[in-house]
Design a protein around this ligand. Structure first.
Ligand SMILES: NC(=O)c1ccc[n+]([C@@H]2O[C@H](COP(=O)([O-])OP(=O)(O)OC[C@H]3O[C@@H](n4cnc5c(N)ncnc54)[C@H](OP(=O)(O)O)[C@@H]3O)[C@@H](O)[C@H]2O)c1
Length: 302
């Protein structure tokens, strides 16, 4: 089987021929048709060994009937054990959902990490009806879905994008206000969904209202955050700075099915601004790394 492996010495990844996976009891064997690239996977490449196999998102076809799935069924899946940048993968059944006919493999491949993160951030926020929220990194994979789901939940969304060019489409997705620097956003916000880190997280701490929550779920900038917690006390009574991770190890099949249904019904739109055959993987990684992809980059397999 062809698969993509980490080659840290080159700064790139490479194709390698490896044995196909043997499914464990409880697994579903999937022929991969598409996967998307997440910034988290790129951030993980340098710290992992030569030969490590990245990849969380999977869209494909069930290869063998097992564990409630039938050979030939179209599915979307999350591989917590990595390895989805390959022709075939085995995933525990609780992390696989059947795709509606209307949802293509490329669209489905954008959902596991990005849309589950956005869905669960909104769920963790309590009622958003009539509340003001701030989304940093709004032009990215998680951000564009988060803007839609928060807005659909009734929030007034302020979106932060790197430039007017990067901000294109965010108003149409439900953002009431778009700014190009978190420091320019007008608080207070009941929730801040913060993924850029560095000075953006520092700005978020200034903008959260009393009793509000800053969900810190990423550090795309890789920069440390200068924080004065003493300053955080003033005007932000009972506000919470919360580290957030989208998975706990519990099954995600129901949430994946819900998200695929939202895409199928046209309620949730996924923007794919980079879509090529997986031979272009290193070009795709560079495009995401350099902030040239609006929404998601998807690679198709075979
Ligand atoms: N904790 C979790 O469970 C979890 C789950 C998913 C993702 N994450 C993290 O959340 C972040 C967003 O993930 P994603 O897949 O949506 O990434 P993405 O598609 O690359 O989007 C990230 C966005 O952040 C913005 N950004 C602002 N400052 C940046 C900087 N200095 N460097 C790079 N980007 C910057 C970019 O938008 P502009 O160019 O418009 O500024 C970009 O669109 C990542 O850090 C990822 O690791 C965490």
């Amino acid at each position: 089987m062809r698969t993509i492996v980490n080659t840290p010495a080159t700064g790139d990844v490479a194709f390698r021929e490896l044995d196909a996976p043997v499914p464990a009891a409880g697994d579903v064997l999937i022929d991969v048709k598409a996967f998307s690239v997440n910034r988290g996977e790129i951030l993980n490449l340098p710290g992992n060994a030569e030969g490590w196999r990245p990849g969380w998102d999977v869209a494909g076809v069930v290869a063998e009937t097992a564990n409630g799935f039938t050979a030939g069924q179209r599915v979307v899946a999350l591989s917590l054990a990595d390895g989805s940048w390959a022709e075939r993968i085995a995933v525990p059944a609780g992390f696989v959902a059947v795709l509606p006919d209307e949802v293509g493999f490329a669209e489905a491949a954008t959902l596991p990490v990005a849309a589950l993160t956005a869905l669960r951030l909104v769920r963790e926020s309590g009622s958003l009806l009539g509340r003001r929220v701030l989304v940093t990194g709004a032009a990215g994979g998680v951000g564009r879905i988060l803007v839609q789901l928060a807005s659909a939940a009734g929030a007034e969304v302020t979106a932060v994008a790197g430039s007017a060019e990067r901000a294109k489409g965010l108003t149409g997705l439900g953002a009431a206000v778009v700014v190009t620097d978190a420091a320019d956003a007008e608080g207070p916000f009941a929730a801040v969904y913060e993924s850029a880190g560095g000075v953006s997280l520092a700005a978020a701490l200034e903008l959260v209202g009393p009793g509000g929550t800053v969900f810190s779920y990423g550090n795309s900038s890789g920069e440390p955050t200068p924080v004065s917690f003493f300053q955080f006390f003033g005007g932000h009574e009972q506000a919470v700075l919360r580290h957030f991770v989208f998975v706990t190890g519990a099954p995600v099949d129901a949430d994946l099915a819900e998200l695929a249904g939202l895409v199928g019904s046209g309620t949730l739109s996924v923007e794919i601004s980079y879509r090529k055959d997986w031979e272009h993987i290193n070009e795709a990684l560079a495009a995401v790394r350099d902030r040239r992809v609006a929404g998601k980059a998807v690679l198709t397999v075979g």
